[in-house]
Design a protein around this ligand. Sequence first.
Ligand SMILES: CC(C)(COP(=O)(O)OP(=O)(O)OC[C@H]1O[C@@H](n2cnc3c(N)ncnc32)[C@H](O)[C@@H]1OP(=O)(O)O)[C@@H](O)C(=O)NCCC(=O)NCCS
Length: 181
Amino acid sequence: MSFLGTKEIETERLILRPFKLGDEVAMFKNYCNDERVCEFLTWRPHKNIEVTKEYLQVCCLEKYNLGLTYKWAIVLKETNEVIGAIDVINYKIEKHQASLGYVLGYNFWGKGFMPEAGKAVINHLFNEGFVRVDAWHHIKNEKSGKVMQKMGMTYEGTLKKFDMDKDGKLQDMKLYAIVKN
Ligand SMILES: CC(C)(COP(=O)(O)OP(=O)(O)OC[C@H]1O[C@@H](n2cnc3c(N)ncnc32)[C@H](O)[C@@H]1OP(=O)(O)O)[C@@H](O)C(=O)NCCC(=O)NCCS
């Protein structure tokens, strides 16, 4: 296996690339400050751009230096703007398994951007040697279930009290996965 981490990936309408300083402006404007985006996530909307900048520094840029990291900014080619993010939130090298998480700005929903990004990331991970990629969503977050299906994943079951919501309460999650043929 050869692990490349956050390598730049190009799709028809998107560039997936590592985050960089300055991205906080588009991140804050497009998704970090939006309650609609955070409804089923583990974090609350950022109150101001300083929070986003801190998040970018600590949770993105510093992670790239700590070892193998998969954390892409999703950039719309048409405007060259960061509109979302897609990450490997967890991986097990010895089992060749990875789990995805993703977020997209509200104004960009419903255009198939996340399935497009997700398929490219799964392809990248399979090329690196991963054999299973999974993802889960809050039981009420049907939109995300649709994305998982469009990425080629299959529903595997509901995991009881598996992950926290933003109030720190454990919630049931629907698990999807795709395996390399
Ligand atoms: C889930 C999410 C990534 C979907 O990305 P996307 O690029 O819009 O995906 P799609 O265009 O394929 O749309 C997926 C579904 O969202 C729903 N949807 C699309 N636009 C919508 C809108 N404006 N309002 C409400 N629902 C919408 C539709 O049900 C759609 O499925 P369909 O096309 O089969 O009808 C995006 O909604 C998002 O970032 N949500 C907030 C963060 C989140 O929930 N992340 C996942 C955590 S597990």
